[in-house]
Write a new protein. Structure first.
Length: 279
């Protein structure tokens, strides 16, 4: 174990982490690596033995109060040797005194509790094949909306400012964003992106289910339908009902956990989580 060297990822290292996530069945987006890297490159760590990667993790510092942990993977043939704990501790140290959030897979949730994380709620991935619906009216392209409006709306549903990430996420190759305006105000918005398999929708934020449904229809129409995934907070019955109304079914579950309480959020407006890796 003394041979393990931990360092910040460089260049293609983040792409490697995404490849490992794909091998674990997490189905990352095709442009995820580039978007994730702009937030906090120093928060992506890799553990190596003789310059060979054996473990990855990220703990992205969004601001001076909040961080989000993801990509916690140890190579399957080297698990149980303490490498995971060492790179975990390095990631936690990078966050400092910040509150840390994560989406924990079922197999690791007890370990996360031992590290001081407490369950907030479960997120459930819904998936299925969807026919492309007709493009609804009153929908506009998200990149035509001033970023300041999107940032202000995002601040009601996410514990930290993430303007750099949002700019990259909305503008990434293959990402399609749509927004719903009501009486001159942003009533909802969402992004759909191509993944290794099908497309994922996230985030999907709206004032009500009717608005969320219109945005989801617009996103599916723009992407041409097909296999689609939506990560839904289990404490949001209307989001579950929305997913089921499109014929989607549960495929995967995580636990959203935090090390300390976060500021109150308008979780009732969240119909789709942005990413299990970055929150």
């Amino acid at each position: 174990m003394s041979d393990l060297q931990i360092r910040a990822m460089r260049g293609d290292d983040i792409a490697l982490a995404v490849e490992w996530a794909a091998a674990e069945g997490w189905n990352p987006g095709l442009s995820d690596a580039a978007c994730f890297a702009v937030v906090d490159a120093a928060g992506f760590l890799i553990g190596e033995i003789d310059r060979t990667p054996v473990a990855t993790i990220s703990c992205v510092n969004y601001d001076d109060r909040f961080a989000f942990l993801g990509f916690y993977i140890v190579r399957s043939d080297l698990r149980g040797r303490g490498y995971g704990l060492r790179i975990w501790n390095a990631a936690i140290a990078h966050a400092g005194a910040r509150v840390i959030g994560l989406d924990g897979v079922v197999a690791q949730q007890d370990n996360y509790r031992k590290s001081g994380f407490a369950l907030a709620y479960a997120n459930i991935r819904y998936g299925g094949i969807v026919a492309a619906p007709a493009q609804p009216s009153d929908i506009v392209a998200l990149d035509g909306i001033p970023l300041a409006l999107i940032e202000a709306d995002d601040a009601t549903v996410f514990p930290a400012s993430r303007s750099t990430f949002l700019r990259a996420w909305i503008g990434a190759p293959g990402h399609i964003g749509r927004a719903l305006m009501r009486e001159g105000k942003l009533a909802g918005w969402g992004v759909i992106r191509p993944c290794r398999h099908g497309h994922k929708i996230g985030p999907l934020v709206a004032d009500d289910r009717a608005g969320a449904e219109i945005i989801m229809q617009a996103l599916l129409a723009a992407a041409g339908g097909g296999e689609v995934f939506l990560d839904v907070p289990s404490v949001k019955p209307e989001a579950i009902a929305l997913a089921e109304s499109f014929g989607l079914a549960p495929t995967f579950e995580t636990a959203r956990m935090y090390t300390s309480p976060i500021p109150p959020l308008q979780l009732d407006r969240v119909f789709g989580v942005t990413s299990f890796e970055l929150g």
